[in-house]
Design a protein around this ligand. Structure first.
Ligand SMILES: [Zn+2]
Length: 176
């Protein structure tokens, strides 16, 4: 029976490139996220080859970006704006979110929620802001910024320094 490499030995063979982090703390945080992801992959699939790990990783990121885009789209729908056509796919091994055909890649850099949801909301918001300000604080009339607060992605009013609603629940009965 061939020896199955342990988790640590397997990770070593993958020779992972974490890319450019913004500082040491950020790199540490991203490495921890990646290790959690690799551990769950290893536990369910065993020691896959580097090629397969990369494919699994991109597919996982695309699926998260699809889910997160759908969450943000709910907020747009509820606001009565025209809903853009959002498509998520992979472009050169990175996630691409196209909004009415326009995009920048990688469209999201974060690997986990709530950070990835915040980033997706900001990305979609930026595309919509070419037309006008969205979304607005119902009290202050100024634009809201998506932020990760207390483990949740929320629309945050910068002017009044207060939360308005979780991303995906803007304008629902519970947040008015
Ligand atoms: Zn406000």
């Amino acid at each position: 029976m061939p020896d199955i490499p342990g988790f640590d030995d397997w990770v070593e063979t993958l020779d992972i490139d974490l890319g450019e982090g913004s500082g040491e703390e950020d790199s540490r945080r991203r490495r921890a996220v990646l290790m959690r992801w690799l551990k769950s992959l290893y536990d369910s699939q065993g020691p896959l080859s580097k090629d397969l790990v990369e494919i699994a990783f991109v597919l996982d990121q695309i699926s998260r970006a699809q889910d997160n885009s759908a969450v943000v789209l709910r907020d747009i729908e509820r606001s009565g704006r025209r809903c853009p056509t959002i498509e998520v796919d992979d472009y050169c091994n990175a996630v691409r979110i196209s909004i009415d055909g326009s995009y920048t890649t990688p469209s999201v850099w974060e690997w986990e929620n709530p950070e990835a949801l915040v980033e997706t909301a900001a990305y979609i918001q930026e595309q919509l802001m070419d037309e006008d300000v969205w979304p607005e604080c119902p009290i202050h009339g100024q634009y809201l910024r998506p932020e990760a607060r207390g483990g949740t992605a929320v629309w945050w009013c910068v002017t009044g320094d207060h939360p308005v609603a979780p991303v995906g629940e803007l304008g629902t009965a519970s947040t008015q």
